[in-house]
Structures are given as C-alpha cells and as structure tokens.
Design a protein around this ligand. Structure first.
Ligand code: PLP
Length: 365
C-alpha cells in the first residue's frame, strides 16, 4: 500500500529494524544516554535552547498537556482555528474550563493577521493563544512567525502551537519566534510509529506552570522535567519509539536538515503541479499551501470518498479524506517524513486512472 495519509507515515527499513531491539531498563545509564542523544538533536530541529519533553502519548496528549500546564479554570484563552485540528485545540481548552474566545477562519485560509491584531487589542486579559502551525485537515500552513510576533508584541499571552504535522518537515524557529509551547507527534514528520509526543517549553511557560491550577497528574510538566534531568522519565516511556527516533534522527542528520526541508518543499511543489495537471483544484490558498499535506477538491461530479475507495481497492494508494463539512468533497495527500518523488508519481498516476474511471461512470449514468 502506498500510504499517502498525513500520518501515520511509512517507516524507513532501518527504523523498522531499530524497533525490534531488545528492551532495556528505563532507569539505566544506557537509557539516559539514549534520551540525551535524542533531546540534544531535537533541540536543534526545534531551534531552541529550552527544554524538550518526551511524552508517551499521541499528539493530542501533548496538546492537552500544554493546556493543563499553562492555564487555570477561568483564564482567558484565544483559540485561532483554521480547521479540524484547530477546533480540537480549542475544545481541549474549553474542557479544562478556559474562558474561550474561539475564532474560526474560512477552511483553506490561514489566520488573517489583521483580525488577529483586532482580537489582541480587544482582549487585553489573554493568558494564552492557541494556534495550529500546519492545519492537516485543510493543507494550510499558518504564517506562524508573523502570528507569534503579533501575540508577543501586542499582548502578554503565552503562545501554544500545534506543530504536530509541521516541525521536522517545515521550519519552525521556537526561540527566535518566541513560541512558548510547541507540540509535535511521532507519526508525522519523524518517520517513526505513533505513540510519542515531543513538546518544547519556554522559560515563560515554565513560570506559568507554577501558577496554573488545572488538575493534572500524568501530564505534569514539572514532574517530567525533574525526571528528565536525571536521565529518566516519570513513568515508563515507550522505549521502542526511543530506539526508532534515535535512528530516524540519525537518518535525517545524514540527509542534512536543510535537505530534509528542501525535499519537503520540492515534493509539495511537485504534488501541487501534478494535481493541477489532473484538472483538480487545491483547497488551500496557494500563498499558504502546506509542504506536508495537499488537500484537493474533487469537484461536484466526483465524490471524494468514492475516489478514495477506488484508489485504495484498485490501486493500493491510500489518501486522507475530508473532516466535517469537507467529507466527500476533498481528498488529502500526505507527503511528509519518509517520502520520495516516486511515491507521489505513483499516487498521481493512480489518481489519473481512478478519475478517468469515475468520470466515465458519471457520463454513462
Ligand atoms: C495528527 C494531528 C493531530 C492529532 O494527533 P494524534 O497523534 O492523532 O493525537 C493534531 N494536530 C495536527 C495538526 C495533526 O496533524
């Protein structure tokens, strides 16, 4: 199967081998060295001098951990949503009692910076702003640098970033852009299985964790930092994923970070050009089109779910579908992590054949 969903993404052969290694104790010097090696390299990818915490959870666990460590019930939180995952981040803040200002931008669009300025001016009491860097449901990458600049210059709020499907494939300079908490998930750019969230925490975010009254136990950042300083984790980590990440980071380093970023940019361009050559339209505003996932409108004549089924059953190509109101209207091609041009060419070729099949069917009815 050509697994072209935006996560879980395919595993390189050497990562699959790394996953089969024997267990070690998570309270051993060997584990401490492994964790240190991973965190050291993640810091350079995140472009931060700050702490990076490794959580045994899916990406959403990292989002929830961020919320509970930063706010108290009743705190004012601004959630900027450009799609399904932005809505989820907002829902988490709501679940923990935030006084939520939820702002949705049209699907396919990025955050409007003028609207953001107005929101920041109108809400001086904000404690936290939540934003998605790369909205996987629509294939849009927000102008995070500009968003962060506005938040930091026009408010005292902390900035929480869902970078689950961006960091590792799309540049994000955590310290330079002043992002307080940045969350990613193992099954997206990192070429390893699901089950680990990686979270960077700024000094200002650490301050906030001391005041935050949200209930937490497993997600307590302070406990994680204390254990990690001793080369451990508070609870049993997913050791197999550490093996896998150690190897995946080695592969990325070997390829070169600039090359990893450039490869994603190039493959995304190639994907968009190929999709347009098939006569299809992109959902995303092209100025903000994502380099990790492309969302494609299938048009009124083609049911996107039907196209996905044909691709899956007859061509062994699995695409993502649409969430909510986009269901049946779009398909999404994931092109992040362990991806090459031939994976995309294979996918585009299958799409061309499947579309021809569906279009001829439409005509005969
Ligand atoms: C995949 C994804 C999530 C959800 O991650 P899980 O690992 O499924 O919890 C959240 N946000 C974005 C932007 C994603 O791409």
């Amino acid at each position: 199967m050509n697994l072209r969903i935006p996560g879980p993404t395919p595993l390189p052969p050497s990562v699959r081998e790394a996953l089969s290694k024997q267990m070690i104790s998570h309270r051993s010097p060997e584990f401490a060295a492994l964790q240190e090696r991973i965190v050291h390299r993640l810091r350079s990818v995140f472009q931060t001098q700050g702490d990076i915490l490794l959580l045994a959870s899916s990406g959403t666990g990292g989002l929830e951990a961020s919320v509970v460590n930063l706010i108290s019930p009743g705190d004012k939180v601004l959630a900027l949503s450009i799609g399904f995952f932005g809505d989820r981040f907002a829902d988490i803040a709501e679940a923990f009692g935030a006084e939520l200002i939820r702002v949705n931008f049209p699907l396919g669009q990025a955050v409007d910076l003028e609207v953001l300025d107005q929101l920041l001016a109108a809400n001086p009491e904000l404690k936290l702003v939540l934003v998605t860097h790369n909205e996987t449901s629509t294939g849009v990458t927000n102008p995070l640098k500009e968003i962060a600049q506005a938040v930091k210059e026009r408010s005292h709020a902390l900035l929480g970033v869902d970078a689950i499907s961006s960091i590792g494939s799309i540049p994000l300079a955590v310290d330079a852009w002043r992002c307080d908490v940045v969350v990613t998930g193992s099954q997206k750019s990192w070429m390893i299985p699901p089950g680990m969230a990686m979270v960077s925490v700024s000094p200002a975010a650490w301050e906030a964790t001391r005041r935050a009254q949200s209930r937490r136990f497993y997600w307590d950042f302070a406990k994680m930092r204390e254990a990690m300083a001793k080369g451990q984790t508070p609870f049993t980590p997913s050791i197999a994923l550490y093996y896998a990440l150690d190897e995946a980071l080695r592969l990325m380093e070997e390829e070169g970070w600039d090359h990893v970023i450039a490869r994603h940019r190039w493959i995304a361009d190639h994907t968009r050009a190929g999709v347009k050559a098939l006569g299809l339209e992109l959902l995303a505003d092209e100025a903000y089109a994502s380099n990790t996932v492309t969302a494609i409108r299938t048009g009124a004549a083609i049911d996107a779910e039907e196209l996905r089924a044909v691709l899956r059953d007859e061509y062994q190509v699995l695409l993502g579908g649409g969430f909510g109101e986009l269901r049946g209207k779009i398909v999404r091609i994931g092109h992040l992590g362990y991806v090459s041009q031939s994976d995309i060419d294979d996918c585009l070729e299958a799409m061309e054949k499947a579309l021809a099949k569906l279009r001829s069917r439409v005509k005969t009815v």
